[in-house]
Design a protein around this ligand. Sequence first.
Ligand code: SF4
Ligand code: SF4
Length: 353
Amino acid sequence: MKIVKLKKDNLFPFLEAISGGAELWAPVKQGPEQHTFQVIRDFNEIDLDYTRTILPPNQIITPPKFNMFQATKTEYTPDFSHVSKKIIFGIHPCDIHGLLTMDKFYRYAIDDPYFLESRQNALILGHSCWPDEHCMCKSMNTHIVKEGYDLFFTDLKDIYIVWIGSTRGDDLIRIRPDLFDKELTDQDIQRYMQRREDRDEAFTCEIDFASMPDLMELRYNAPLWEELGAACLACGSCSNVCPTCNCYNVEDRPVLGQGLSNISRCWDACTLENYSAVAGGENFREKRAERLKLWYTHKLQAYISKYGTPACVGCGRCAATCPVDINVKTVADALKGEEVDAFWTRLNKEVTK
Ligand code: SF4
Ligand code: SF4
């Protein structure tokens, strides 16, 4: 592992030097409180002072909708037009862990070329962050990264400490080595360690992930799920914003008169009613309670037995997004039998008054 130092004034010249042959993506402010990853045309649009983007950076690897292949009666032509050289700058540790979770998923049974090709063409330039009240990554140990990035920038006000995580990252530094300082002073190291300590202390949201697999089993038939189902709007937002969710649908759209079809892949969500609908009018998870139970079983229990880690990296997006307070924190607390001040508990009190 190599570590170098970059003066803040040298960031834009560095980004300019490396982004010549690739699309540069970075966080951009959208409205007063929100950020999204966007293709950068002007470096001044980049806003690194953010907690979480609306959608996770998976949207850059496998876009919400893309064509997979074109088929005729006798042959098919793969379409990899969503794949291009990309540099994703400004990703936070939890989202790097989200991509690592996706790596496991898309390689588990068979390699998924549509994800893997795109992933291999993307350079990951991580950036340090500061937690808000919804960040739960420290409970998952996903607030720090040891792999999954090419470069990682830790912000120390006037300088960045830059960790080089791969040979591809090293190659990037070599494009403009004059911008970097190889020697870190004692003072730089002290400042880095102090920032790390201060950040650790700034986390206020915790989840007891270790007890979740057992509790999911023990409370599988608890009335809690019906209560959650009564409050859930089935909007699918929790699934769409989650960096570890990967449900998708495949659409076959015939091009009339040409004897061919475009087969595309689009994001879907198991929290939506149509997800479990099949031909013949059957729906295996018609009730919202059943779909929520599936989502949380998947996240907090099934992933652990299959991949060794929960399908939650603690990004807090579900907490910041769900309009009725159903999120991994409130559900985990309720599973532990704790009092939760969430919409469904307030709803319950209203109904029983
Ligand atoms: S379950 Fe919630 S906190 Fe966990 S990764 Fe998904 S959106 Fe983030
Ligand atoms: S849990 Fe919340 S965000 Fe998820 S589908 Fe229900 S209402 Fe929407």
